[in-house]
Write a protein that binds this ligand. Structure first.
Ligand code: UDP
Ligand code: MG
Length: 313
């Protein structure tokens, strides 16, 4: 098998068939030996029925169907685990990432033995200025404070050699942040620009709030630096408190005036706010250790359709 396509799908009834058809059309004559691995991430619409129908009429389609929505990261993990291709590509189901780009990636791996991975990054972003600004800020912060480098704008859309895929699926952490994992395993990665198309149909499943949680995942998953901020901030605050005390004492001695209640209240609010923030940060790490300690599965399969074992219902 030359190429496995891993396609996470969550409520994609409107585009999934078009994706399948379009990819087949683009690949025809260019690449023949490939498979689709659709991962139905607990869709609530007809996605699974459509995938089942696609599976029935094809001889290169695998479908993993989750028992509920486990998230795109879990879907990618499951798909990579079922892939057998010499190359494996992670691609969205909504045709924002074009199959033509996959061919381009395959060419690069074919002609460069030293390259293990081709990742696409978004050259021009179609999203709003605010979102784009926040995302840029996130990458800057992330690269500054964590050990793994994340290429700004790089997406999950990438083609990897078998040896890299094998390493990625060895990482079985529960809280997954693929971009970080891809970077963590190393290997030579080439970045190519691509222009994300408009969604062929359906809606994005990533509201800003979900992206924010995802960003925290990225930071907390790859660096313990925020914990150190707490220590330094604590030391700084104690030092500042001594200075404050000293000044207050002098002013008190000179004017015989009691420090105003406002200053005290303000200080108390700032201090307790700071404490709560750091409690929260510690909590994030503790929660991860707690979840990992439970050793829960990253996903649970409800149905698995494959073509090697014949077509089952
Ligand atoms: N997706 C998924 N599980 C989720 C959310 C999204 O498998 O919980 C899939 C979705 O079906 C799509 C891909 O992840 O194939 C990217 O999602 P989407 O297009 O909504 O994100 P955007 O392109 O807006 O960043
Ligand atoms: Mg999309």
């Amino acid at each position: 098998m030359k190429l496995s396509l891993v396609v996470p799908c969550y409520n994609e009834e409107e585009v999934i068939y078009e994706f399948y058809k379009e990819t087949k059309r683009v690949f025809k004559g260019n690449i023949e030996d490939y498979e689709f691995i659709f991962v139905n991430d607990g869709s609530k619409d007809k996605t699974f029925d459509i995938l089942r129908a696609i599976h029935k009429v094809s001889d290169n389609v695998k479908v993993v169907s989750f028992s509920r929505n486990f998230g795109k990261e879990a879907a990618i993990y499951a798909g990579l685990g079922k892939s057998t291709g010499e190359y494996t590509c992670v691609i969205d189901a909504d045709l924002q990432q074009r199959p033509e780009v996959v061919l381009q990636m395959v060419d690069i791996l074919d002609s460069n033995q030293d390259t293990d991975c081709v990742a696409a990054y978004q050259d021009e972003r179609s999203e709003g200025k605010a979102v784009s600004f926040l995302k840029k800020g996130f990458y800057k912060l992330m690269n500054k404070i964590s050990d793994v480098e994340i290429y700004p704008g790089a997406s999950d859309f990438r083609l990897m050699r078998r040896k890299m895929v094998d390493e990625v699926i060895k990482l079985t952490e529960y809280h997954r942040f693929s971009k970080g994992l891809f970077s963590f395993v190393g290997f030579n990665t080439v970045y190519i620009p691509y222009v994300a198309q408009q969604r062929a149909a359906g809606k994005s499943k990533w509201p800003l709030s979900k992206l924010f949680i995802y960003a925290i995942e990225g930071i907390v998953g790859y660096t313990t630096a925020p914990l150190k901020i707490a220590t330094f901030a604590g030391i700084g605050l104690i030092a500042a408190a001594f200075v404050y005390l000293f000044i207050a004492l002098i002013i008190g001695l000179i004017t015989a005036n009691v420090t105003s209640a406002i200053a005290i209240i303000t200080l108390m609010m700032i201090l307790s706010g700071t404490q709560l923030i750091f409690l929260g940060i510690i909590g994030e790490y503790l929660a991860r250790a707690y979840m990992q300690g439970k050793n829960r599965p990253i996903y649970i399969t409800k149905d698995f359709l494959t073509y090697e074992e014949g077509k089952e219902e």
